[in-house]
Design a protein around this ligand. Sequence first.
Ligand code: NAD
Ligand code: UD1
Length: 336
Amino acid sequence: MILLTGATGYIGSHTWLELLQAGQRVIGIDNFINSSPKVLARLEKLSGKKLEFLQGDVCDPVFLESVFQSFPIKGVVHFASLKAVGESYSNPLLYYENNISGLIALLQVMQKHSCHHFVFSSSACVYGDPDVSPVKEDADLKPENPYGQTKLMSEQILRDLEKSDSKWRVAYLRYFNPIGAHESGMIGEDPNGIPNNLSPLVARVAAGRMEELKVYGNDWETPDGTGVRDYIHVVDLARGHVKAVEHLLSGKPSLTVNLGTGVGYSVMDVIRAYEKVIGRPIPYRVTDRRPGDVALYYADPSLARDLLGWCAERNLEQMCADSWRWQSQNPMGYES
Ligand code: NAD
Ligand code: UD1
């Protein structure tokens, strides 16, 4: 059985479905700090299975102990963390407490129950502003914000743990920019409050919930002057987790891999792809650069292909089409 923490969140919910479809038994946990309990009914409908879920906090060792006592957990996929970069600057202690204490509490309970397989949600933000793209896994690690620091520190904690006991097997998955939604339009990204990331903002402008998109600068050193990123469909990302779980459970060694497509798209590319999907223009205005932003980065995903046999399959148009299906079928997210 696989324990999914942060199971009702954006990436967690898509991974839950893919794990069930791959025949894994899953127990999900979440405290709903950034997700809705309504995800659960949607996942039951999509999977045709009764879900196993417990509400609780990964920072709470008593809760975690009860989960491990109740279920025969062989491996953990750890999504539960806070992820808003801006908030991590204004409230760093909250980020260090939630993301680091949660990880430590979880690892302690796992150790006690002799469960040593761990898939960790790391992030391309551990590379900060990479010197070259495509970015390989051995690039310098220099996160630029407290959120990114929590990801690098988590990696360090896990690497020290591996050194202390050879039974540990860890998959460090460094995601690039997940966007899109399940093709059914039934689950998708539903951030609390005003989104910060490009894709949910484009979706809201397309839906008329916002007047225009702000394009943060068109004077970057990129082909069209707008920022370039490696957008990856959330279902491709979720399948990368299934591969990582299968890899670890089959006794193979720990690995650190980028999960991206290897292709960089600019903000204008995303706007144009979205316009093609919805068949009308997306209003936008070029503004100043966003503090802390970088011009361009995209992954070298070849190691994930070699070690996991995993490749992203969906292109930008599919990412935008699926994002739009989710947005138009659920104009107010899960509260629709
Ligand atoms: P999300 O906020 O949608 O999901 C995280 C889930 O964890 C939420 O459901 C939240 O309620 C839960 N959670 C947070 N703290 C918790 C706690 N203490 N106890 C129990 N549950 C808790 O975020 P996501 O986009 O699905 O991201 C999942 C993971 O991937 C996170 O670790 C994030 O840092 C990482 N990541 C995300 C991105 C991205 O762009 N979405 C990129 C790189 C890495
Ligand atoms: C942001 C975070 C990063 C995190 C990632 C995924 C910052 C500085 N970085 O990265 O740490 O890992 O999200 O959660 O917040 N853009 C606009 N207008 C908008 C929003 C974005 O032009 O309204 C542009 C940005 O300048 C960037 C691109 O769109 O060029 C993508 O932005 P975003 O989705 O926020 O992702 P990242 O900047 O890669």
